[in-house]
Design a protein around this ligand. Structure first.
Ligand code: FES
Length: 208
């Protein structure tokens, strides 16, 4: 089940400390995540493996994503840790990742404006899917956790100054590309489900 992690705005001083913490987190959380992301290129170098089922996991709702902002959810993906080719299951648990969501250029689709929670038609879910960006908070450089700064209207990486736009697209700094997009689908009730599957460079709306 997803948890809403949207935070209040951060001061410049807090951002500096976040950089220190982010560096540490990048070494502990970011790199394992990068391994999953880069799979299968890296997998062969490890004796063990990690099996994350190809299931849709509830992450959030289109009715919770505001204009001009990025909504952050914590999502738990079930995971089995295996060894030596994936035969023996050593452990089972969850891989917890932050999933970021925003509307294209921060503009909420007109069909949601002033509308309460109500079921969506098939054509409406399709229309919303074209406007929604769902992406990872792990920087595309070395995996540090990035964060939305409303006063700048940008997503910033505290480790080496990577800058992304509201939809995770690359703006500047060391990252070679935009943030990784998650595969997602919008259900009839407006819930957004994600898969631990990354369509990769070139997917809407990221630019390499
Ligand atoms: Fe984000 Fe280096 S890890 S800019």
């Amino acid at each position: 089940m997803a948890e809403d992690l949207h935070k209040d705005k951060v001061t410049r001083g807090q951002f500096v400390w976040m950089g220190v913490g982010g560096g540490i987190m990048g070494a502990t959380l970011g790199i394992p995540s990068a391994v999953y992301v880069l799979d299968p290129a890296i997998k062969q170098k490890f004796a063990g493996g990690s099996d994350i089922p190809d299931d849709w996991i509830l992450a959030g709702s289109v009715f919770e994503i505001p204009s001009e902002s990025v909504k952050v959810y914590k999502v738990e993906f079930p995971q089995k840790q295996t060894y030596d080719g994936g035969g023996e299951v050593l452990d089972e648990g969850e891989l917890i990742l932050a999933v970021l969501m925003s509307w294209e250029e921060g503009k909420m689709p007109p069909l949601l404006e002033g509308r309460g929670r109500a079921d969506l038609s098939e054509s409406e879910t399709k229309e919303l899917s074209k406007s929604l960006s769902v992406f990872s908070n792990h920087c595309a450089h070395l995996g540090c956790p990035v964060r939305w700064f409303p006063e700048r209207k940008e997503i910033l990486c505290p480790c080496h100054g990577g800058i992304y736009d509201i939809n995770g697209g690359y703006i500047g700094g060391p990252p070679p590309r935009g943030l990784w997009p998650f595969a997602f689908e919008i259900r009839e009730n407006g819930d957004v489900y994600v898969k631990h599957e990354f369509p990769g460079p070139g997917s809407k709306p990221y630019v390499v």
